[in-house]
Every structure is written in structure tokens, then in C-alpha cells.
Design a binder for this molecule. Structure first.
Ligand code: SAM
Length: 235
């Protein structure tokens, strides 16, 4: 980590001790009630409004600020196959899938059955059910099966957002399965807060990855620094 990064990171120390997050079903209910059916942008607007203004506890969706960075990456990569580890209630699934071309597929891997159902509901409300496949599973279990079970040969874009401790393992599982190929891009959220130091060290020192930090703040929380790592596989 560069010195400037370290110094800034220390500004937020000690980080807020958060063990609880907003109930995601409240956000989905709000979006269903307030966003126009079949309009993904309106669904995101409602979820962001909830995240900024209405939640008693923090929403852990990527949110609008990191979301704009993710939008640029999706537009740049133009993926045929994209995947996320960790859906929560489907914010990032809607955000990414709405920009994907016809015939493409977004796989949303989620371990919690309640979150998987919420994601299906939000995706349906956004009118994106034909593009998004929610897979109820531990990402560690399903990644090695993606080739045989889901006929995936290459992941063009992956979002790691299922808890920092899983990122390095999930990335290695994708590499071992041969799913990352020249030009594949992996985004990982919350790399500064709560922090994914082992993951960042791995991608930054790996000769086949080109990796940069999108330096920003925690979703819906401008006073806490956070970042997203963008890592491009060179093949
Ligand atoms: C930060 S939230 C995801 C937020 C979502 N990507 C968004 O921006 O809208 C983390 C999610 O990861 C899920 N999760 C945790 N461990 C997992 C695992 N091993 N495999 C798949 N999902 C997991 C949790 O249940 C939770 O829903």
C-alpha cells in the first residue's frame, strides 16, 4: 500500500464497529412500492434513496457512488457472461445486468436463501429476469462447477462482494477452473473497509493481473474511506 493510502486509511481508524445492517427486505419492499415496474434505473434510485435517507442501519449494497464506477467498467468490458459472489437483495445484480447486451447472462451467487429470494424479487421488478440467474449456493462450492453445470467457459466480468475473507479463495477457484481469460476483469468491493489486504497483496503481486484501486468512500457513508479493486487478467 502506498504511503498516502496508509495515512488516509489511518484517518478512519478505529472504524465503526458495525455488526448489524439494514434489513434488506425493507429496501426491496420500498423499491417495489416506489419504483416503476420494468425500470431498472428507477429501482436503483429507490434503493439509493432508501440507503441515503431512510435506513436506520446502513445498507451494504454497493450504492450509487461505487455504482457509477461499476457502470463504467461494465460498459467498457461489455460482458457476455458476468458473475457476482454475494447478492444481498439484488442491487448490484440490477445495476450490472441493466447495462448488459441482449443474450448475455449475469449469474448472482448467494448463500442465503432469503437474500436469493429478495434478489429474484428485485430483479423481476426491474424487468431483468431474463438476464439474471440467481444461484443459491456457497460461491466456493459453485465456482468449480460453473463450467460443467452452467456451461460457462469464460467469465468476462466478476464482482466479489461476499465478505473480504472469501475473495482470494474465490479468485483462485476461478483461476483454477480456467474461467478467467485474457481481458477478464474482476472487481472487488470493500477492499479498504473492512479491508481485503491478503486479496490485494495477491492481485497486486500476481504477474498476470493488472490491478488498480478505485479510491472512494463506504456506501452511503461519506466519512469512511473505502475502495474497489479492479483487476484485469492478462491471460
Ligand atoms: C455485501 S452483501 C452483497 C451486496 C451486493 N453485491 C450489492 O452490492 O447489492 C454480501 C452478501 O454475500 C453473501 N455471502 C456471504 N458469504 C457467501 C458465500 N460464501 N457465497 C455466496 N454468497 C455469500 C451474504 O449472504 C450477503 O448477501
Amino acid at each position: 500500500m502506498a504511503n498516502a493510502e496508509k495515512q488516509n486509511a489511518e484517518l478512519i481508524w478505529p472504524p465503526p464497529d458495525e455488526r448489524e445492517f439494514e434489513n434488506p427486505s425493507l429496501i426491496v419492499e420500498y423499491a417495489e412500492k416506489n419504483a416503476k415496474k420494468g425500470d431498472p434505473n428507477d429501482v436503483l434510485k429507490a434503493a439509493d434513496y432508501y440507503g441515503w435517507n431512510l435506513g436506520k442501519l446502513r445498507s451494504i449494497a454497493i450504492g450509487d457512488v461505487k455504482g457509477k464506477f461499476v457502470d463504467e467498467v461494465v460498459q467498457d468490458v461489455n460482458p457476455t457472461v458476468a458473475l457476482e459472489c454475494g447478492a444481498w437483495f439484488g442491487y448490484s445484480a440490477v445495476r450490472i445486468a441493466r447495462l448488459m447486451k441482449p443474450g448475455s447472462c449475469f449469474y448472482s451467487l448467494e448463500i442465503d436463501p432469503i437474500c436469493a429470494k429478495l434478489t429474484e424479487r428485485l430483479v423481476k421488478h426491474a424487468g431483468l429476469s431474463d438476464k439474471v440467474k440467481v444461484v443459491l449456493s456457497d460461491a466456493h462450492e459453485v465456482i468449480p462447477q460453473l463450467r460443467d453445470k452452467y456451461k460457462i467457459e469464460k467469465i468476462d466480468l466478476a464482482l466479489l462482494d461476499n465478505g473480504c475473507k472469501h475473495y482470494k479463495g474465490n479468485l483462485i477457484e476461478m483461476l483454477d477452473a480456467g474461467l478467467l481469460q485474457k481481458g477478464s476483469v474482476v472487481l472487488s468491493d470493500n477492499v479498504l473497509y473492512p479491508a481485503a489486504n491478503d486479496y490485494r497483496e495477491f492481485v497486486q503481486s500476481h504477474k498476470r493481473f493488472e490491478s488498480t484501486l478505485f479510491d472512494t468512500h463506504l456506501q452511503y457513508t461519506p466519512n469512511v474511506r473505502d475502495g474497489m479493486e479492479k483487476s484485469t487478467y492478462l491471460g
